[in-house]
Ligand binder design. Structure first.
Ligand code: TRP
Ligand code: ZN
Length: 869
C-alpha cells in the first residue's frame, strides 16, 4: 500500500454524539495472550444528537466474540464489523444495554496503546484513543460514563489488581485465580480508564483532605525497588496539599494510586485515581537519579495529580480542546514547582525548554495553533505548542486580569464545568464572567500559529527627562494583532529607576493590543536601559538593539532576575553568532564581577547565567543556511575563553562550596543549585584546558557520592577524546549494567558526543544487552538524544546521521508508530540547514516515504515535514 496524506478530522465538523453511554460494567479476565473483556454498555440516544442515526462504535485490533442487545444476540444482518469499528444499522431509539465480548492479546501489543504487558505487568494506556483497543466503544471524550470494573487473573501472575475509583470487593476464584472489583463514581471519558495487574511492591501514606476525606495514597513499583518510590509518594502528598491551598481543589476518592511501568510511550498518564507512570518519572535514589530527575519526578507527579481537576472533573469536549487540560495543567505544575523551589530559577528553566522545543516547532513545518483546527492523527498533537505555549497563554491571562481575579475565574471555571466536557470558550467565559472583560481579542492566542516578534526602540530626551519606547508586533501569519502583556521597567547606571511616571503601565505591565504603540516615561533623569518582557511575560521573540554594555548593565543591576539572566544569554548568543575576542573579554570580565558578588548567594542562578545558549538556540536564531559545525566551533571557543578567564574564580567557588557539597545528598533546590554551579564550572574549565579538565573530571568521578555529580563528570569527560574517556565510559557501563534507567543516561551521553565516531559508537550500543527497540526509554536515550541534542552529527553533511535516524523510524514504525512518529519530528528544521545538509535530509525523508504501509502517525508527520514552504 502506498502512503498517501491521511484524511483530516476538522474542528468545524464537530457534532454531538448520536448516542450516550451512562454506565459501563466491565469484566476483564487477564491472560497473557487471550484476555477476554465483557463490557455491558448502558446506551441511550443523545437528545442533542442526530435523530435516527446508526450506532457506530469505535474498535481497533479487536476480536469480537459475542454481541447482544438487551440479552438477545444481534443478528449478523443488523450489524457490520470492520477494522475501525462496529456499526448497528438500526439501533433502538430508547435506552438499551449492549453486551460486547472481545478478546485481545496483551503480549503481542507492541504499540503500548490499549492493554499491554511490560516486564510481566499488565497495564493500559487509553489516551487519546486506546480504549477502542479494549472494547467497542464511543471513544470520544464527550461521552462520559460511570465505570465498574471487575478484574480477574492468576494470583501468581498478578497478585495486585488495580482499577479506577475505589476498591469494592476482592476474593479468590477457584484454586489459582482471584478477582477485584473497582467502582469509579465520577463519570469520565474512556481515555481516563485504566487497569493494572502484576507483581508489584508498594509504599503508601495517608492523607486527609480539607473536606475531611481520608485518602490512602500509594506508589507501586517493581518488587525490590520500594526504597526508590519514597520521593514520588512525598510529591503526591505535597501536590494534594498545594492544590487545596493554591486552587481550592480537594481530592475526591478514597485511594490515589500511582504505578510505575517500564515500557511507556510518554511521561505519565492521569487515569482517574490510577495514574500510570513511565518508571523514569517515579524511581529515585541518590545513587541512580540526578537532581534533574528529582525535579522532573516532582513536576510530573504534580502534573498528573492536578489533572484530577483540570482534565478529569472538567474534561475536553473533543481533542481540539487538548490545551484546555494540558496547557492549564502545565501552568499548574509550573506554579507548584516554583513554590517548592526557586521561582526565578524555575521560570528560567521553563523558558529555556520553551525556546528549545516550542520555538523551533512554531518556526517549522509542524507549526500549528495552540488549538489546532484539523488533525490526521491526534497522538501527533501532544506537542510543545499545546503543552508549553498553552501554559504561557494561561500565564498571560493571569498577568492581564491579576492574581485575585485569576483565582476567582478558575473557581468559576471549575464550578460551571464540573462533570462536563468543556471547550476553550468555556474556560475564557469564566474569566469574562468574573472580570466583566471582553477576552475575544486575547482568545486569538489559541488560534494564531507561529511566534510573534516584538520589536522595541527607545529614545531618550534628556532636556525633557522623557524616555519614549516604541513597541510593535509582527506576526508570522497575517491577521489582527495579539494582546501581548509586556512587563517592563527602566534601569539606570546604578539600578532600576524609581520615581518615573508612565501612563498606560499598570503594576509594571504595558498591554500591547495594537500593531504598535508608544510608552512614554516621564521624570527620567538619566539615559536608561529598558528591561522588557520581564519574567518572560509573553511567548514572543524580542528584537531590541542594545549594546553589550547596555545588556551587561541589566545583568548587573536589573531587579528582574529573569532579565538579568536573559541579558547574559543575549550577549553570549551574539558572541556565538558573531565571534569577537574583544567583546568576549568584556563579557568574561562582567561574568567575573557577577560571580564574585553573587555566585555563593544564589548558586543555582549563577549556574544558569554560566550556561550558554545551546547550539540549537543558536541555530534557531539564524534565518537560514544553518551550519551546525560553525555554531559548534564558535560556541566551544567562547566556552574555552570563559573557562580560561574565570578559572581562578571557579577555584575560589569550589573551595567555598566544598564543605556543603560533601555533606549527605539531599535533593532540595538549594543543594542542587550548589552542585549545578560546581558542575557547570567543571565543564567550562575543561573547555578551556582539556588536559586539566579531564584530570579533574576523573577525580570527580571517583569522589562522587551521587548520580548528579558522577554524571556531570562523565558528561564533561565524554567530550574530551582520549584513553581517560574510554576508561571512564567503560567503568560506568559496568557499574550500572543492571540499572536500565542509568544506562539510558550513559547511552545519551555517548550519543551526544560531537565527533564523527559517534555513529559507530551508536551502532555498537544498539547491540548492548540492555538496549531494546521495544522499550521507548531506551530508544529515546540512544536515538532520540542523538537526533535532538547532537546537531553536528545528526545533520552531518554526508547524510549518515539522518540515515541512522531514518532507519530507526522505519524499523520502529511497524512496532510502535507513536514513538516512531515522535522520533521523526527531529527532521522538523531540515529546510533551514545549509544546502548539502538540506539535500541529504530530503533524500532520507524520501526514503522513509517509499516504505510501504507506513502508519498514519508517521505518514502524517512525514507529509507535513515535507510539504513545501
Ligand atoms: N495526558 C498525558 C499527560 O500529559 C499524556 C499522554 C497523552 C500520554 N497520550 C499519552 C501518556 C499516551 C502516555 C501515552 O499527562
Ligand atoms: Zn497532561
Amino acid at each position: 500500500m502506498r502512503t498517501e496524506t491521511p484524511p483530516l478530522v476538522r474542528l468545524e465538523n464537530y457534532r454531538p454524539s448520536a448516542f450516550l453511554i451512562d454506565r459501563v460494567d466491565l469484566d476483564i479476565r487477564l491472560d497473557p495472550h487471550a484476555t477476554r473483556i465483557t463490557a455491558a454498555l448502558a446506551l441511550r440516544p443523545n437528545p442533542a444528537g442526530e435523530d435516527g442515526a446508526p450506532l457506530h462504535l469505535d474498535g481497533d485490533d479487536l476480536t469480537l466474540v459475542a454481541l447482544d442487545l438487551d440479552g438477545v444476540p444481534v443478528p449478523a444482518g443488523d450489524m457490520a464489523v470492520g477494522p475501525s469499528g462496529l456499526t448497528l444499522h438500526r439501533p433502538p431509539r430508547r435506552p438499551f444495554v449492549l453486551r460486547v465480548v472481545t478478546e485481545v492479546d496483551p503480549t503481542a501489543n507492541t504499540r503500548l496503546m490499549g492493554l499491554y504487558r511490560t516486564e510481566g505487568v499488565y497495564c493500559t494506556q487509553c489516551e487519546a484513543d486506546g480504549f477502542r483497543r479494549i472494547t467497542y466503544f464511543l471513544d470520544r471524550p464527550d461521552v462520559m460514563a460511570v465505570y465498574t470494573t471487575r478484574i480477574e487473573a492468576r494470583r501468581d501472575e498478578a497478585p495486585v489488581l488495580l482499577g479506577n475509583g475505589n476498591p469494592v470487593e476482592s476474593g479468590p476464584v477457584g484454586e489459582d485465580r482471584h478477582y477485584a472489583v473497582w467502582h469509579d463514581p465520577h463519570p469520565k471519558p474512556a481515555y481516563l480508564f485504566a487497569i493494572v495487574g502484576g507483581r508489584l511492591g508498594k509504599v503508601e501514606a495517608p492523607f486527609r483532605t480539607v473536606e475531611g476525606r481520608a485518602v490512602t495514597c500509594a506508589v507501586y513499583v517493581e518488587p525490590g525497588k520500594e526504597d526508590r518510590a519514597g520521593y514520588a509518594l512525598d510529591a503526591v502528598i505535597r501536590s494534594m496539599e498545594w492544590d487545596e491551598r493554591a486552587f481550592g481543589r480537594a481530592y475526591d476518592l478514597d485511594v490515589f494510586n500511582v504505578v510505575a511501568v517500564s515500557a511507556f510511550n510518554m511521561g505519565a498518564m492521569e487515569n482517574k485515581g490510577l495514574n500510570i507512570f513511565n518508571d523514569k518519572y517515579v524511581l529515585a535514589v541518590p545513587e541512580t537519579a540526578t537532581d534533574a530527575d528529582y525535579a522532573a519526578i516532582e513536576a510530573i507527579i504534580a502534573h498528573e495529580y492536578f489533572h484530577n481537576w483540570s482534565g478529569n472533573r472538567v474534561t475536553c469536549r473533543d481533542w481540539f480542546q487538548l490545551c484546555l487540560k494540558e496547557g492549564l495543567t502545565v501552568f499548574r505544575d509550573q506554579e507548584f514547582s516554583s513554590d517548592m523551589r526557586s521561582r526565578p530559577v524555575h521560570r528560567i528553566g521553563e523558558v529555556r525548554s520553551l525556546r528549545a522545543r516550542q520555538f523551533p516547532e512554531d518556526a517549522g513545518p509542524l507549526r500549528h495553533p495552540v488549538r489546532p483546527t484539523a488533525y490526521a492523527e491526534i497522538n501527533n498533537f501532544y506537542t510543545a505548542t499545546v503543552y508549553d505555549k498553552g501554559a504561557e497563554i494561561v500565564r498571560m491571562l493571569r498577568t492581564l486580569v491579576g492574581g485575585a481575579a485569576f483565582r476567582a475565574g478558575m473557581d468559576r471555571y471549575f464550578a460551571d464545568n464540573d462533570g462536563r466536557a468543556a471547550t476553550v470558550e468555556d474556560f475564557l467565559a469564566a474569566f469574562e464572567a468574573v472580570t466583566g472583560r471582553d477576552l475575544s481579542a486575547f482568545a486569538r492566542w489559541y488560534e494564531r500559529p507561529g511566534t510573534p516578534r516584538l520589536s522595541a526602540t527607545g529614545a531618550y530626551d534628556a532636556a525633557a527627562s522623557r524616555y519614549t519606547l516604541r513597541l510593535a508586533q509582527t506576526l508570522p501569519v497575517e491577521g489582527p494583532p495579539l494582546v501581548i502583556p509586556v512587563a517592563l521597567g527602566l534601569v539606570g547606571a546604578a539600578g532600576p529607576l524609581a520615581g518615573v511616571a508612565c501612563a498606560g503601565v499598570t503594576d509594571g505591565v504595558f498591554v500591547l493590543d495594537r500593531a504598535e504603540a508608544s510608552v512614554v516615561f516621564e521624570n527620567v533623569t538619566e539615559e536608561p536601559v529598558p528591561s522588557l518582557l520581564r519574567d518572560f511575560s509573553a511567548p514572543v521573540r524580542l528584537d531590541l538593539a542594545l549594546s553589550d554594555a547596555q545588556r551587561l548593565r541589566l545583568l548587573a543591576h536589573d531587579s528582574d532576575p529573569f532579565n538579568r539572566w536573559q541579558a547574559a544569554q543575549d550577549v553570549a548568543l551574539r558572541l556565538i553568532l558573531d565571534p569577537d575576542p574583544a567583546r568576549a573579554g568584556a563579557f568574561a570580565e562582567a561574568l567575573g564581577t557577577f560571580l564574585d558578588g553573587e555566585a555563593l548567594a544564589d548558586p543555582a542562578f549563577a549556574a544558569l547565567v554560566l550556561a550558554l545558549p545551546t547550539e540549537g538556540e543558536a541555530a534557531d536564531a539564524l534565518p537560514a543556511d544553518v551550519d551546525p559545525d560553525a555554531i559548534h566551533r564558535a560556541r566551544h571557543a567562547l566556552r574555552a575563553h570563559l573557562g580560561r578567564t574565570l578559572r581562578p574564580r571557579f577555584e575560589r567557588i569550589e573551595a567555598a562550596l566544598a564543605p556543603q557539597v560533601s555533606a549527605a545528598y539531599s535533593p532540595d533546590a538549594a543543594s542542587a543549585g550548589r552542585r549545578a554551579l560546581r558542575n557547570v564550572a567543571l565543564d567550562l574549565i575543561a573547555a578551556g584546558d582539556p588536559g586539566a579538565g579531564a584530570a579533574l573530571a576523573v577525580r570527580r568521578l571517583d569522589e562522587a557520592g551521587n548520580m548528579t555529580d558522577r554524571l556531570a563528570a562523565l558528561a564533561t569527560i565524554a567530550q574530551i577524546p582520549g584513553e581517560a574517556r574510554e576508561a571512564a565510559l567503560a567503568a560506568f557501563g559496568r557499574r550500572y549494567a543492571h540499572e536500565p534507567l542509568v544506562l539510558d543516561k550513559w547511552f545519551a551521553i555517548q550519543a551526544t558526543i560531537a565527533e564523527p565516531g559517534t555513529l559507530a559508537r551508536i551502532e555498537a550500543l544498539k547491540a548492548h544487552p540492555a538496549f531494546a527497540m521495544t522499550n521507548p526509554n531506551r530508544v529515546r536515550a540512544l536515538i532520540g538524544s542523538f537526533s535532538m541534542a547532537n546537531p553536528t552529527q545528526f545533520a552531518r553533511a554526508d547524510g549518515a546521521g539522518f540515515a541512522l535516524v531514518a532507519e530507526t523510524v522505519k524499523t520502529l514504525d511497524a512496532a510502535n508508530p507513536q514513538v516512531a512518529a515522535r522520533l521523526l519530528t527531529a527532521f522538523g528544521s531540515w529546510r533551514r540547514l545549509e544546502k548539502n545538509r538540506r539535500v541529504a535530509a530530503a533524500e532520507m525523508l524520501n526514503r522513509i516515504k517509499a516504505v510501504p504501509g507506513l502508519s498514519r502517525d508517521v505518514a502524517d508527520i512525514l507529509s507535513r515535514t515535507m510539504k513545501d514552504g
